[in-house]
Design a protein around this ligand. Sequence first.
Ligand code: UT7
Length: 327
Amino acid sequence: MNRSMILGTGSAVPKKILTNQDLESMVDTSDEWISSRTGIKQRHIAEDGDTTSLLAAEATRRALEMAGVKPEEVDVIVVSTTSPDMIMPNTGALVQKHLGAYNAFGFDVYAACAGFVYALTIADKFVKDKPESKVVAIGAELLSYITDWQDRNTCVLFGDAAGAVVLSGTNDGTRGILSTHLHSDGRLWKLLHIPGGGMVYPASAEMVEKRDYCIRMQGNEVYKYAVRLMTDVAREALTANELGPDDVDLFIPHQANIRIMKKVAERLEIPLDRVYVNIERYGNTSSATVPVALDEANRAGRLKPGDVVLLDAFGGGFSWGAIMLRW
Ligand code: UT7
């Protein structure tokens, strides 16, 4: 059977680090509160000159190098982002330019923190359509530009990062992406959204003054849905492949909160030593969390050929999804 397989992974973060101690001097918070409630210790934050497309291109270059694929061999670039360089053009086109991948076409997917799972699902379909093609799926975010640095409820959570994978077809028969599972529920959009900057509430001096271009979240409510829906979709992926929790070698959940990850793993009965966690170093980087974690796990030698890997993400929309793959 023809499946798509990950040939290479890459990730990149801006140099500047913002610690919980730094945040203590910005808002009424403490390292103790942030660490115990979220698991975050520090996050990387963009500086002048950093852009989402440049970070995405850096992550992709590393993934291409690992895959042994040249930029001119890339056919498709799918970028997931909620923090694009501009509303137009799309980030995929800019990544193409940075890489010199002029034989590829690129476009963006817009599904907040679940976006990488969406991008990888779409990339998988392109490969299934044309197995010899080389397709790149990216999650890239500079959330620091859409974070309200005066709102302690949200500013302690987010960070900037990019992660990428390169896919192509395999007829190995066992390895590759086994199944993809996507969901959304637009009725819940208000619990996690950015009110301003779109066409309903366009840019204005008032909008900027109120910082309404920033992420607004009812954390408590989102938390409950995240636990339930990430568990549900992971179970859906297990059932679809006739696999149980013992079969999962590595579970890579969206890194929004260590307590959410632990609860989901507990409900799924996946022990914590098989759950990949790096939230302490990066915070919540939205659609970049899953590909960055995948790249770290890969480079650390935690993935062996044949390993079963379960990706699981949840975010604004609401949008959520899971992907089961055999490494
Ligand atoms: O990535 C997309 C999906 N996003 C998520 O999945 C995030 C889901 N939500 C969460 O992770 C958690 O709800 C948060 C980390 C956002 C908040 O944790 P919580 O345990 O739900 O706290 P809370 O919102 O119930 O707030 C508890 C208290 C409040 O004070 P009172 O009302 O009890 O006096 C907050 O004002 O903690 C206070 N608080 C803070 N205190 C110190 C909120 N933020 C802070 C802060 N520092 N940064």
